[in-house]
Design a protein around this ligand. Structure first.
Ligand code: NAD
Length: 314
């Protein structure tokens, strides 16, 4: 059987750098092309094929797809929630045009399968906050959330109208010891671990009772790989799937860290990101993902904290 060739766009970001490594393990190094707008010299894992790409340049994207006979594209280039507020028009342009470029190339028959992540940011202040259902009010108030919601509608449209095999997950906040986050509202849950190990103290930019849905990176990578591997008939939602693992507040994660580092201290200094967090769900109901393609998370707060601290101490 002919082996699929994969292209990761935004491969040097928080998710992209770990997803590229995971895909190379599964598919073989020469079948996974990493690409990003950043020059390769800043790349952590220097091995493997790398192409410098601005995803807004559709012609160059097409050249890369043809050059490596790419069949699957993982589109991770985006401007995230907190950063998007600095330049909402550019965030809209990048987040939408990148998706159109990839969906159009798929419609034209150059790509077989597309992965594009959405986010819990598609929900808004009047969405039910606890155990937010798959189908509910979506009234995002951030530039980022507006772009992700529009992206979901276009994914479904391209599937319905043109049979483009596009698959998507509404990632919660993602936590990893390997990569730094890219300017999102849930970044505190990564920073807190790095600062706990470095300084035994952390000042949180969200208030102590701000509950948000979160996920450990190994779960997010597995979910991404599993939804792309699933038989097409199992993917019944072509907008994007709710995806969930845990929900906690800054106070709860601090208490969990204190079980390992009793001297760890947390203080709170909420900034503009508090308002964004307050408009998002506290927890997510992901029963559609569990039923349709068998999603199961492996890490809760306790297991993740143990693993994060163990790796950061090393
Ligand atoms: P990130 O900011 O860490 O990485 C994005 C990467 O895209 C960067 O390496 C950047 O250099 C690259 N990029 C930016 N502009 C580009 C362009 N024009 N052409 C090519 N590459 C470009 O983001 P991330 O956290 O890895 O997120 C990846 C995707 O997952 C995004 O779509 C994001 O919205 C989504 N997501 C992330 C989270 C999270 O917690 N990290 C949560 C929900 C959804």
């Amino acid at each position: 059987m002919k082996q699929d060739n994969l292209l990761v766009i935004g491969a040097l970001g928080q998710i992209g750098s770990e997803l590229t490594t995971a895909l190379r393990k599964n598919f073989g190094e020469k079948h996974v092309v990493a690409s990003d707008i950043v020059e390769k010299r800043t790349m952590k894992n220097q091995e493997g094929i790398y192409e410098h790409l601005n995803v807004l340049d559709k012609e160059r994207l097409k050249i890369i797809i043809k050059k490596y006979k790419i069949s699957h594209v993982y589109l991770l280039a985006a401007i995230l929630s907190a950063r998007a507020e600095d330049n909402p028009h550019f965030a809209w342009r990048l987040n939408m045009e990148s998706l159109f470029n990839v969906l159009e190339l798929a419609r034209e028959g150059h790509i077989k399968k597309v992965f594009w992540p959405s986010s819990i940011a598609i929900f808004g202040p009047t969405t039910p906050r606890k155990s937010t259902p798959q189908h509910t009010v979506t009234d995002p108030t951030t530039a980022y959330g507006i772009s992700k919601l529009a992206g979901e509608r276009w994914c479904e449209y391209y599937f319905e109208k043109f049979r483009v095999d596009v698959r998507s997950l509404r990632y919660p906040g993602l936590i990893s010891y390997q990569t730094q986050p890219g300017g999102g509202t849930t970044d505190y849950a990564v920073d807190i671990f790095f600062q706990a190990v470095k300084k035994n103290a952390y000042t949180c930019f969200l208030s102590e009772q701000t509950y948000l849905p979160m996920m450990y990176m190994p779960d997010a990578l597995r979910a991404t790989i599993e939804i792309m591997d699933a038989a097409a008939a199992k993917i019944k939602l072509r907008s994007s799937y709710n995806l969930s693992a845990m929900s906690f507040s800054p106070k709860e994660i601090a208490q969990e860290i204190q079980k390992h580092r009793p001297d760890f201290k947390i203080s709170y200094k909420p900034d503009f990101r508090q308002q964004i967090a307050d408009s998002w769900p506290a927890s997510i109901d992901d029963s559609f993902a569990r039923k349709d393609w068998g999603w199961r998370h492996a890490y809760d707060l306790k297991k993740m904290t143990q693993d994060m601290l163990q790796h950061l101490h090393k």
